[in-house]
Ligand binder design. Structure first.
Ligand SMILES: [Ca+2]
Length: 185
């Protein structure tokens, strides 16, 4: 923040800008993007196969999306693994878009957290309202980290309890400093 306060032009605009940048972000710059996946191609997909493909005809961004077909139900699909790099934050927020067709049961999203000093930890969260036949909808899920946890690798996965089709597009993961922001109230 030091650089911003010593801003030569310290008018109302600059003050407003500083307030906007610091509002609700715990002073660490707010949500930090640590992973972004357009699902436009199969590069890096962990479980690509006959039932897990890139569907060039479905997508929010003009590119394709990840299409998962679960003919039998109870299908677990590992999506990506990546190193998030250094970040500040105590919550990982996953924002993506999902579309379903004739999809039964519950759909859950998994985040695996790998650290240097403990066993991998999986957090599974229900994707509320995803199922049956629905057009693209925004799905936002928060995964709290435990204190002192420093992920060196993250893996994303999705679990389809029922049979049917699921599409996922524009998956983004951000680190948020929720605890610090709440402590400042
Ligand atoms: Ca896409």
């Amino acid at each position: 923040m030091r650089g911003m306060v010593s801003f030569a032009r310290r008018g109302p605009l600059a003050v407003g800008l500083v307030l906007l940048l610091t509002a609700g972000c715990g002073g660490s710059g707010g949500a930090e993007l640590i992973g972004s996946f357009s699902m436009d191609d199969a590069d890096g997909l962990l479980d690509a196969g006959p039932d897990v493909t890139i569907d060039a005809d479905q997508g929010l961004d003009g590119g394709g999306s990840l299409h998962i077909f679960a003919p039998e139900g109870n299908k677990l699909v590992n999506i990506h693994e990546f190193a998030p790099g250094d970040f500040d934050g105590d919550v990982l927020s996953v924002l993506m878009h999902m579309k379903s067709e004739m999809l039964g049961g519950d759909t859950s999203f998994d985040l695996w957290i790998f650290t240097n000093d403990s066993s991998p930890r999986r957090i599974r969260r229900l994707c509320a309202d995803v199922g049956r036949t629905k057009d693209w909808q925004k799905v936002n899920i928060s995964f709290p980290l435990v204190e002192g946890e420093e992920p060196v690798k993250l893996r994303t996965a999705v679990h389809l309890e029922g049979r049917g089709h699921l599409w996922i597009d524009n998956l983004e993961i951000r680190a948020l400093d929720v605890g610090e922001a709440a402590g400042r109230e």
